[in-house]
Ligand binder design. Structure first.
Ligand SMILES: CC(C)(COP(=O)(O)OP(=O)(O)OC[C@H]1O[C@@H](n2cnc3c(N)ncnc32)[C@H](O)[C@@H]1OP(=O)(O)O)[C@@H](O)C(=O)NCCC(=O)NCCS
Length: 173
């Protein structure tokens, strides 16, 4: 497991939505994540099915965001809907990913924490696999591209016992 950067994780407020939307609009991110208008974000932020997080490093300086969804699913399948950092490649995404995964297992009854990612998003798939997520399968040609072609989505997840075992192994005796 990669060493963790120190990161401050906090719940987002409506005042954070311009930052969330600015990160969504980061050049290059559009190949990998969707963008949503502020009204949609605001509705999701107000919904108990969603949780919005801001990562700060150092505290007070936002560097990324994550959105959890499906939190009202009664069968324990909660979703990491979106994650992005303003400056990829510095380890912040790993720290944020682990922080929101830990939050989900510590604060919700989730059993299977899942996500989907574009098959061509090699960086994200590498990170998720390194952090213990297993590829479950593909949604073939599920995502249309702007040029009219289509791309597979890869479903990945970690189960509560798997997360517990990883965190126990990472805790010094
Ligand atoms: C995905 C994302 C959140 C990851 O955050 P990050 O800060 O860039 O990630 P980190 O620096 O912590 O780790 C990136 C890892 O991917 C690896 N990597 C980078 N480019 C890669 C590539 N093309 N193929 C495979 N691995 C790659 C890095 O080497 C690193 O792994 P390592 O530490 O084991 O060497 C961030 O890149 C991002 O915001 N991307 C745009 C939005 C996005 O794709 N979101 C995910 C949608 S599912």
């Amino acid at each position: 497991m990669a060493p963790r950067l120190t990161l401050n994780l906090r719940r987002a407020t409506a005042e954070d939505l311009p930052f969330v939307m600015a990160v969504e609009a980061t050049p290059g991110h559009d190949a990998f994540i969707n963008r949503q208008p502020e009204a949609e974000h605001a509705a999701q932020l107000a919904s108990s099915a969603f949780a919005y997080f801001i990562a700060e490093a150092p505290p007070g300086t936002p560097v990324g965001f994550a959105i959890l969804s499906d939190l009202t699913d009664t069968r324990g399948n909660h979703c990491l809907k979106r994650i992005a950092v303003a400056e990829p490649g510095r380890g912040l995404g790993t720290a944020l990913f682990n922080a929101v995964t830990d939050w989900a297992f510590a604060n919700t009854p989730v059993h299977r924490f899942w996500l989907h990612t574009l098959a061509g998003n090699a960086r994200a798939r590498h990170l998720y696999g390194r952090e213990g997520f297993t590829e479950e399968g593909r949604l073939r040609q599920a995502r249309p591209r702007p040029d009219g072609s289509r791309e597979d989505l890869v479903i990945m997840s970690i189960l509560r016992p798997e997360w517990q075992a990883r965190r126990a192994a990472a805790t010094p005796a």
